[in-house]
Design a protein around this ligand. Sequence first.
Ligand SMILES: *Cc1c(COP(=O)(O)O)cnc(C)c1O
Length: 390
Amino acid sequence: MQKSKRIYLDYAATTPVLPDIADFAKKVMLEEFGNPSSLHEEGRKAKACKEKAREIIAKAIGAEKDEIFFTSGGTEADHLALLGIARALKSKGNHIITSAIEHSAVLGACEILKEEGFRTTYLQPTKEGLIEPEALEKAIQKETILISMMMANNEIGTIQPIQELAQIAKSKGIFFHTDAVQAFPHIKLDVNALSVDALSISAHKIYAPKGAGALYLRKGTPFLPPIRGGEQERKMRPGTENIPGIAAFGKAVEILEKERKSDSAKSLMLRNSLEDGLFKALDDLILNGHKEKRIPNNLNITFRHADGESLLMYLDLNGIACSMGSACSAGAVEPSHVLLAIGRTPFEAKSSIRFTFGKFSEKSDVEQVLNLLPPFVKQLRSASATGRFA
Ligand SMILES: *Cc1c(COP(=O)(O)O)cnc(C)c1O
């Protein structure tokens, strides 16, 4: 029997690498092998490669070249922002504000800071996953030095009013970081219009290989480098750079800036048709996240009275890759902290599936999910009708 094509609907976890980007990364890996800190020609060429990527990325988000620092990805960019800024401001105050629905990278950095004597307030979202500016205003204390709020949520896709939130911070002289890893593929970023001081992005969410990311850090932002060593990245992030990864990241941003609009429009169309189709075919569904203020490729649905792990496994066996909550907490059977924060019960959270679309998604992918999933959900529900687990 011929193996049929897999259907990938997990673009929020990671994107496939575009062939052109892979070719470029390979060329750079083979040709620009020099250490960018070396003074000879091999080193200078590798450095030029990195600086080209920096220029592309800075321009794409409205930053200056020397405000971009390369990292190993989104997790490290988030850590640099939170640890670097908070530690530099420790003498001014020890209070940080973030949200209860941040990516584990931001939550993890807050845990480290807690061990160092910082206090964190975790703002609770509305039931649609929005952080309200009034809630932020109320949470600000005399000792607040840093606010970190993600731009688009990786699980439910909700888009936060970052500009408004950052303005509040600015008016009180508090530094503001946003994790824009999940927003970048869909939303044109401008660090000045947003008035953020720090912003994280990652390469493998925009069709480049894993292991590269960037932190935007506004000039003049207090920063104590969490990693010390060499002089790379102007001492802000020492370590010999991932040149092929960084070069590929630059190439991916170049493509993204050209194709974001059309990609997002296509994702929106497919996402809406899956959303409509599922809600027509099944009762007892909950749409997680905000209906409108949501990145165009995200669909997170609670299939009440149907176990999410069974749904996920059934889809996988039938050639469809999607996700329960976030990829980072997969494997662990803990219900998603994001879904709990927007009011799902633990059972409901564990009955939730995230579909995320991207460049290679097709109408037939949606049709296949609509053929397979509703009958299976009904089957699961009737099988467990006597002893419903939720
Ligand atoms: C994927 C992701 C990260 C982590 O980025 P990595 O490059 O995988 O370390 C951080 N924040 C959000 C919102 C993400 O979606």
